[in-house]
Design a protein around this ligand. Sequence first.
Ligand code: COI
Length: 347
Amino acid sequence: MKIKKIETSKINEIDFNNLKFGSVFTDHMFTCDFIKGEWINPEIIPYQSINVSPASRVFHYGQACFEGMKAFKDDNNKVWLFRPDENYKRIVKSSIRLAMPEFPEDIFFEGLKNLLRLDSDWIKPGLGNSLYIRPFIFANEGTINATEANQYKFMIICAPASSYYSGEVRVKIEKSFSRAAKGGVGYAKAAGNYAAQFYPTKLANNEGYQQIIWTDSSTHQYIEEAGTMNLFFRIGNKLITAPTNDSILDGVTRKSLIEIAKDEGIEVEIRPLKVNELINAAKNNTLIEIFGSGTAVVVLPIQGFGYENSRYELIQKENSWAIMLKNKLNNIQYKLIEDPYNWTVEV
Ligand code: COI
């Protein structure tokens, strides 16, 4: 693999104490091209703008997908990835759904590890600090017939990260717009899934919510996910999360929390949750916690939600499961405890 290093690092210009999620990128990036049926020219080069044809199909038909993963530094300055095989499998799944070629596993991991080794100074130790890694694939063939392209680019860029949200988060349960439909691409990390959420989310933002809880597109009666995170509901003494299906992303954090919660003796129910059940639980005070999970947000406690014209507030509880699960997960990710699941992979 060709590696072209930067001449001078820009790391000293970065204020690592005031990072806005996804706005600062490390010195290098990984790129690889799919041309004439083959992935060729894997290389690491200085982070820079790229040259693409304005006719690239990604701009016209949205043929693109991505992943979100994280690297952490432990107290001995070792760098660790968290379940990277899951992200690799999911980008393949997303690519297949979008009629894009599968990116080879060996090049994925070689490129990723070389990139992280080169930019390892950008990964700061300490709880809360991480490197957010964004692998993505897009169609860069410069012809606009509406079929799958023959030419693609795979890239990895990395952004040092601290928290995704600051402040309290309230969500709106959406009844009119839909994120994903049966048989659609909701389970894939398709770029277009995110574009389609921006307008309804903007409307929700204007009503004072940070995010939307999406419901199923046919009846709007069942809770799905929040678009940038999966959702967990603590009702009574149970933790409930929707089963993944073709309209819900199979989150890596989600599945990790389910395992940790079960091992902590929490009764986890993976089942469809009706909006009505949630409203009733809120009304009779059995709804104790709601939290989101995702690579970017990790575990995000939600303070309240809105449905139709009513707003519901959650009372801050001691013994929060969200905080307990987040701490357990972080302890594994930052190698503060033994990783009993073998989820961490040294770079
Ligand atoms: C992630 O958690 O990696 C996500 O995909 C959310 C992202 C769109 C910020």
